[in-house]
Design a protein around this ligand. Structure first.
Ligand code: KG4
Ligand code: ZN
Length: 366
């Protein structure tokens, strides 16, 4: 975020919490603007494809095999040595614990060897701040975080200052995309597969699907009933879905998700109306925000509600290390460094972070 002139800060970021191994070096200039000096990423999609989902042990081993090479390439592209960095950040949770341990341990080792601060970054905070890699996003803002593991609406007041307004009571939205894609035999990962199948739909209105939670107060989400409705409609077809059925169903599912996300976001906005009457910014982040149909729906909502919409470019919606490095920069600027005995954690709610404390590690275990 921009502000008074500040010391430039350069941070190496590491991301290993799911099936992407990634490293990036991001600098915050004196004007407060981020510059991505280097970014490397290796997707493990091919390793997991035969299993139609992420296998944690395979993921952890692949991170271990590739992380040092990816860091080496990112550092070489910058022409900097570890000694030139101001800090080393890594996702320390939430996520698949084997992978998180690989990334966090690597970051601690580099930080210790180079005598630099270590920054334990909450992966969700990486997504939350990812939109500001492209341009300034002032606080406060409403955040819809939609990924493979999460679906939450949060009021973001600053770095480390989050209030959760609503969350999913069952599946995450990306998980629903992945499961429905599996039912439709569209392959893995499901989100992009559903999006491209839906684009070929002949009759997107052919299957009427429910809009779970619509009309309920608050802004929690539910997606498992939607997935079951898809399953039941497919069974009623009494054969494996033909490509035309799959395309129509993918479109119907995507429309249902769009409707639900928009309606719950509207509720989130009214929940914070009293507290933050001037708030006019919506950030949509996480892997599912890569979906063009959903982006279009949010553009429409924001035009109607006179909000400014911020959605990161696609490569920064899905998991990446630039967002982790940037969250590391932001934390470092506030003095929120972490001790080397910081324990990686599979669960770590975003609203348990305390940006006002001097230490990001202080007992935030989930
Ligand atoms: O943020 P992310 O890369 O990893 C997590 O932190 O979970 O999100 C991955 C999720 C997957 O469920 C994937 O199917 C979904 O994001 N996704 C999409 C699209 N691209 C990725 N969902 C819908 N449409 C897309 N184009
Ligand atoms: Zn993610």
């Amino acid at each position: 975020m921009t502000g008074e002139p500040a010391e430039p800060l350069t941070v190496l970021g590491i991301e290993t919490s799911c099936d992407e191994t990634a490293a990036a070096v991001v600098r915050r200039g004196a004007d407060g603007a981020p510059e991505i000096l280097a970014e490397t990423l290796l997707s493990q999609i091919e390793d997991h494809r035969p299993y139609e989902g992420v296998v944690p042990e395979i993921a952890a081993r692949a991170h271990l095999d590739h992380l040092d090479g990816l860091i080496g390439r990112a550092m070489a592209a910058t022409g900097l040595g570890f000694g030139d960095l101001d800090g080393v950040a890594a996702t320390a949770g939430p996520g698949l614990i084997g992978g998180v341990m690989v990334g966090a341990t690597m970051a601690k080792a580099i930080a210790a060897a180079a005598g630099k601060p270590f920054l334990a970054v909450n992966h969700l905070e990486g997504h939350a701040l990812s939109a500001s890699l492209t341009g300034p996003v002032d606080f406060p803002f409403l955040l819809l975080l939609v990924s493979g593991g999460h679906c939450q609406l949060l009021l973001v007041r600053g770095v480390g200052r989050y209030r959760r307004l609503g969350t999913t009571v069952d599946d995450a939205v990306g998980e629903a995309f992945d499961k429905v894609a599996k039912l439709l035999d569209l392959g893995y990962p499901g989100g992009p597969a559903i999006e491209s199948a839906a684009a070929g739909a002949k009759d997107p209105a052919r299957f009427a699907l429910p809009r779970p939670m619509r009309g309920r107060p608050g802004c929690d989400f539910s997606f498992s009933g939607l997935k079951t409705a898809v399953y039941n409609r497919l069974r009623a077809l009494e054969a494996d879905p033909a490509p035309a059925d799959a395309a129509d169903m993918a479109a119907a599912f995507q429309e249902a998700v769009a409707d639900v996300l928009i309606e719950r976001t509207r509720n989130g906005l009214s929940m914070i109306q009293e507290e933050e009457p001037a708030l006019r910014r919506l950030v949509v982040a996480g892997g599912v925000a890569a979906n063009r149909r959903l982006r279009y729906a949010f553009e429409h909502l924001c035009a109607e509600e006179k909000l400014t919409l911020f959605v990161p470019p696609q490569r920064h919606c899905t998991d990446n290390a630039a967002m982790i490095a940037w969250a590391g920069v932001e934390r470092l600027a506030l003095g929120l460094t972490s001790p080397l005995d910081f324990a990686p954690r599979p669960r770590w709610p975003l609203d348990s972070l305390d940006g006002t404390a001097g230490d990001a590690s202080s007992g935030n275990a989930a």
